[in-house]
Design a protein around this ligand. Structure first.
Ligand SMILES: NC(=O)C1=CN([C@@H]2O[C@H](COP(=O)(O)OP(=O)(O)OC[C@H]3O[C@@H](n4cnc5c(N)ncnc54)[C@H](OP(=O)(O)O)[C@@H]3O)[C@@H](O)[C@H]2O)C=CC1
Ligand SMILES: CC(=O)[C@@H](O)[C@H](O)COP(=O)(O)O
Ligand SMILES: [Mn+2]
Length: 391
């Protein structure tokens, strides 16, 4: 029986890598839903090639273009955030959650609520609402498998292990585009410079987050939400080669490292086939040619995002939604040229402080509505902080 699969964020970097794997063995899958936003040509081409049930764009004004591209094919077309959430709730055995940003939260929850396996690349949904995501999957006999490379690595290192025997979890960070820049030059970093990753080929937003270390800050929170470990057990280690993705340290002193090339088709393929391991089309590392692995401690002055993540975890409740919304708004501000690279962390810090006036809401019950309300207020506060600096 072919497996029913859906891909949310199909036109992006993770989505395209997922389609690459599915394409190689198309008879094994029935594609239910593919979603995208602005890239209608890609969305339509993939929906046709994979014979999807439905293709959905996030943008209402692009529905006509999508309908035209799919005319006569039998593939349904739809548009809007609501339609994405609706298609995510259609029965599927396996769903890839790879929309970028908090926009992926409601569709991810809808997919988790219909049971099946949710392969989770959208780290923002764990940062904003980790407990809700996990509870929703477990209430509906579903499972969430991590796709973020570090979290897939931790998951793999923990197979057959007792979590009580874990002493620490180390996630690696490439250091991003400005790893070796003088700190005093960072305020002049341009959008182009920040949009280039030394090792990974990814979407623009996560690439800039890697340069600011906000990606790793999110991943520290993601680790705490997904695995049964405390914030104090999570460490970040700069590893410029991005070949060791994470290490788990056990009480007997052993460190289990996950090593592989920087190619997301490993983590995606692992989540697609778990609990089996199948042949995947990724490079095999030649360790003798690599010669050595390099490590350093992260510098808090260069990457203040890491201590902001610690502050966020200590504050608890829905502070993760504040952190994520502030980070997304600050990133928009940097992309739009309203603030400089260094000011992104300042905006997040100020938003965390300003949002303490909503501490009642932040510590209320975690529901989708409450998370979205926190997200909305935090975006407003972050935008106000940006406007103050810009004007
Ligand atoms: N790329 C990577 O290697 C990794 C990514 N991740 C995470 O996976 C997620 C996706 O990242 P990545 O693939 O790089 O991102 P991309 O920017 O490449 O792709 C994002 C996807 O989301 C769609 N999209 C954008 N805005 C919206 C919206 N408002 N509503 C619905 N869909 C939208 C895009 O559509 P369109 O392109 O048509 O506009 C595209 O399909 C992120 O959460 C990221 O942090 C995690 C680990 C590694
Ligand atoms: C591929 C992946 O998982 C990214 O999240 C990666 O971690 C980004 O690289 P950085 O280590 O530079 O954040
Ligand atoms: Mn990662």
């Amino acid at each position: 029986m072919p497996r029913k699969v859906s891909i949310l964020g199909a036109t992006g970097s993770i989505g395209q890598n997922t389609i690459d794997l599915i394409h190689r063995d198309l008879d094994a899958y029935d594609v239910v839903a593919l979603t995208g936003a602005g890239n209608i040509a890609q969305l339509a081409a993939d929906a046709l090639a994979l014979d999807a049930e439905i293709a959905v764009t996030a943008h209402d004004h692009l529905l006509g273009d999508l309908r035209d591209a799919l005319a006569g094919s039998g593939v349904e077309a739809a548009a809007g955030a609501q339609a994405i959430t609706e298609c995510a709730s259609r029965p599927a055995d396996w769903t890839m959650s790879a929309i970028v940003g908090a926009a992926g939260l409601a569709p991810g929850l809808a997919a988790a609520a219909q049971g099946g396996t949710l392969a989770l690349a959208n780290k923002e949904s764990l940062v904003c609402a980790g407990a809700l995501m996990l509870q929703t999957a477990s209430d509906n006999n579903g499972q969430i498998l991590p796709v973020d490379s570090e979290h897939s690595a931790i998951f793999q290192a923990l197979i057959g292990e007792d979590i009580a025997a874990v002493e620490r979890v180390i996630i690696t960070a490439s250091g991003g585009a400005f790893r070796d820049w003088p700190i005093e030059k960072l305020a002049q970093a341009t959008l182009d410079q920040a949009s280039s990753h030394p090792n990974w080929d990814m979407g623009q937003r996560i690439t800039i987050d890697s340069a600011s270390m906000f990606n790793k800050a999110m991943e520290v929170i993601e680790t705490k939400e997904f695995f049964d470990v405390t914030a104090d057990q999570i460490e970040v280690l700069v590893h410029p080669q991005s070949m060791i993705h994470a290490l788990v340290g056990f009480v007997d002193g052993a460190l289990m490292a996950h090593v592989g090339p920087p190619d997301m088709r490993h983590a995606i393929g692992f989540a697609l086939h778990h609990p089996n391991r199948v042949h995947l089309p990724v490079e095999r590392l030649d360790l003798a040619a690599i010669g050595q692995f390099e490590f350093r401690d992260p510098d808090d002055r260069r990457w203040p995002a890491l201590s902001l993540a610690r502050q966020t975890m200590a504050a608890g409740g829905m502070t993760g939604a504040v952190f994520n919304a502030a980070k997304e708004t600050a990133l928009d501000g940097f992309i739009a040229g309203q603030i400089n690279f260094v000011q992104m962390a300042e905006i997040v810090e100020q938003t965390l402080d300003d949002m303490t006036e909503h501490s009642g809401l932040i510590h209320d019950t975690m529901t989708l509505d409450n998370v979205l309300q926190v997200d909305h207020l935090a975006r407003k506060a972050a935008q106000a902080a940006i406007n103050k600096r810009a004007g």
